[in-house]
Design a binder for this molecule. Structure first.
Ligand code: FPP
Length: 234
């Protein structure tokens, strides 16, 4: 039995640094090119696939340990992207949301994130989640913390179900991930969508993220369609 188009695809945008090195450019140029690849892929997916949710791993809770200059260039890229989203006069074809712990960002950035989200609207054919200061363990811990508070205040009984956790994730409206894509030859999850990937299929490839195109997405989706998903059954 084969599977239809994945509803929710997660993408680990890896290989920006190696792409830059290969082209004799600073790492920041790799991230810039990576951000362009992300924007192009969003447009492509919206027009050419039936994917309903796309989640991009842009900055992890662990990425703060990178050299100061690199963190600065990633944050500046993010800030410019937000400004562009807010200023964009075109109709937004996709609903855009940010997932992750926003508390570390300045009020100005948090405000821009909310404005960009509101501007993109909802009820679109495609919803894009961009994970910034995101960590899967951090997300589950935050859900557990919120659950504990609800039990303590009597808002909830101590009968804890999986749904109680799912409902408290950063994007409770998103279904579990069906397919996780990781380019650049690495084969690990790196704290991305831990809860949501319980039954996800994985697709790995050597292409570096800045070179990733619509045709690579199609290759991943086609391979996914030929996988047999059993969810623990037979
Ligand atoms: C991993 O590649 C990539 C990142 C840590 C950053 C990903 C971010 C982007 C593509 C930009 C997103 C931009 C916006 C505007 C949301 P790496 O640097 O670890 O590459 P390497 O393993 O080859 O060194």
């Amino acid at each position: 039995m084969t599977t239809g188009c994945p509803a929710h695809v997660g993408v680990i945008m890896d290989g920006n640094g190696r792409w830059a090195e290969k082209h004799g450019l600073p790492r920041s140029a790799g991230h810039k090119k990576g951000a362009e690849a992300m924007e192009a892929l969003i447009k492509y997916a919206e027009k050419n696939t039936d994917i309903k949710y796309l989640t991009f791993y842009a900055f992890s809770t662990e990425n703060w340990s990178r050299p100061k200059d690199e963190v600065k260039s990633l944050m500046s890229l993010f800030d410019t992207y937000l400004d562009r989203l807010i200023a964009d006069k075109d109709r937004h074809d996709t609903a855009l949301r940010f997932i992750g712990d926003r508390s570390v960002f300045s009020e100005t950035i948090r405000d821009k994130m909310s404005r960009a989200e509101r501007k993109s609207g909802d009820d679109k054919k495609l919803t894009v989640f961009i994970a910034v200061n995101y960590g899967g363990r951090n997300e589950i811990a935050a859900a557990a913390k919120s659950l504990a508070a609800d039990v303590k205040s009597g808002k909830k009984t101590d009968e804890i179900t999986e749904k109680d956790i799912s409902d408290r994730l950063y994007a409770p409206e998103a279904p579990d991930a069906d397919l996780i894509i990781r380019p650049s030859g690495e084969k690990r999850l790196s704290n991305f969508l831990l809860w949501q990937s319980a039954y996800a299929e994985f697709w790995f490839d050597d292409v570096l993220w800045p070179d990733f195109k619509g045709s690579d997405l199609i290759r991943a989706v086609e391979e996914y369609k030929n996988r047999s998903r059993r969810f623990g059954g037979i």
